[in-house]
Ligand binder design. Structure first.
Ligand code: ACO
Length: 322
């Protein structure tokens, strides 16, 4: 019974840290408003010449080092991003090249803030179907490039960064005690396009900025995240009681608390990094996994649930034993 088991994890954050107070100089906002509404205290912004594939490559190298592997040990790279360097080629093939990898295959996945969960699920499918033995799953974003820095309702919420997980095919027993990915649940519903989107793109010959109806997103988020996490757990006969760590998409502390509350999991069992990273979209879950492991909190054998929602709407959850 094949399982996609975590062999390594790593992350990278751009050097420049932007504190909430920096926004007070350019827009009508306050550190207190941003903290109390979102839980965010600071975020990292990439340097002007630093791209998504740069951040992703740093995170990938850190995950490879953690696993004690070389780039040519990898069969596939899946990069979740909505902010690729160019329209094409994929940012994943740029990472492949920067790593000096000339074998295997690489592609991007675009499911906005849910991108990492979608990428993990795809990596799991590649491994279970025997198409790849080792897959590097990366989430990387430069959301600072698609923000309207005059829109106080959105520009204070997002940040840049990257995280990576290295998955390897290993034999398990088929029980929920196995290490590796145990269950996934993916969803999308395009009727909700207008509550979270970028109002421009290649096929409309425009460049755009992020637009969001914050209250609407919030309302959908808590309900849909708790449901998808429960659905994934139920597939293997488990519940919130069995969970060691929820590692949620880091959008907003109020969404994170609301979801944990619905799942009846206390906040002591939730990894929270939103205060330091802001919302890094597809990068937020692998960043939180990497930080959680580095802090000595996430340990081998523990049951981890990741859940995320974003533009689309697209949402989902992955249950894995670390
Ligand atoms: N500073 C000060 N005031 C602000 C700011 C700001 N940065 N932004 C908005 N306001 C004002 C609004 O203009 C409004 O003023 P008004 O009443 O005079 O019109 C007031 O604050 C209240 O605004 P609301 O939108 O009602 O504030 P709310 O309590 O809903 O909080 C927030 C806004 C934080 C965006 C919240 O709705 C939220 O967290 N939504 C979820 C959105 C999210 O996390 N999206 C991430 C992308 S999707 C994802 O990753 C899950």
């Amino acid at each position: 019974h094949l399982r996609a088991v975590v062999r390594g994890v790593g992350h990278y954050l751009p050097q420049r840290i932007v504190e909430n107070s920096e926004f007070e100089e350019s827009i009508d906002t306050s550190d207190e408003w941003i903290r109390s509404r979102s839980g965010i205290e600071r975020r990292h912004f990439a340097a002007p010449d630093e791209t998504t594939s740069d951040l992703a490559t740093h995170a990938a190298r850190n995950a490879l080092a953690d696993a004690g592997m070389e780039p040519d040990d990898i069969d596939a790279i899946i990069l979740a991003t909505s902010t690729a360097d160019l329209t094409f080629p994929s940012a994943a093939t740029m990472v492949q090249n920067k790593l000096g990898m000339t074998r295997g295959f690489a592609f991007d996945v675009q499911a906005v803030c849910a991108g990492f969960v979608f990428a993990l699920s795809n990596a799991n499918a590649l491994i279970l179907s025997g198409q790849a033995k080792r897959v590097l799953v990366i989430g990387a974003e430069t959301f600072s490039r698609i923000l309207d820095m005059q829109d106080r309702g959105t520009c204070v919420l997002f940040g840049d960064g990257a995280g990576a997980l290295l998955l390897e095919a290993q034999e398990g027993t088929g029980s929920s005690d196995d290490r590796g990915i145990l269950a996934t649940d993916l969803n999308s519903d395009g009727r909700y396009k207008d509550i979270l989107y970028v109002d421009g793109g290649v096929s409309t010959n425009t460049t755009g900025v992020l637009k969001m109806q914050g209250k609407e997103v919030f309302r959908h988020a808590v309900e849909k995240l708790a449901t998808t996490a429960h659905t994934a757990l139920e597939k293997i006969g488990l519940s919130g009681d069995d969970v060691d760590w929820i590692v949620p998409h880091q959008a907003n502390i109020r969404i994170i608390k609301g979801t944990a509350n619905r799942m009846k999991v206390p906040m002591e069992r939730v990894i929270v990094t939103v205060q330091d990273h802001g919302n890094t979209s597809a990068a937020s879950i692998p960043l939180a996994l990497s930080v959680g492991k580095a802090q000595g909190r996430i340990k081998p054998g523990q049951l981890v649930v990741t859940e995320a929602i974003g533009g689309g709407l697209a949402w989902g959850a992955v249950v894995l034993r670390w």
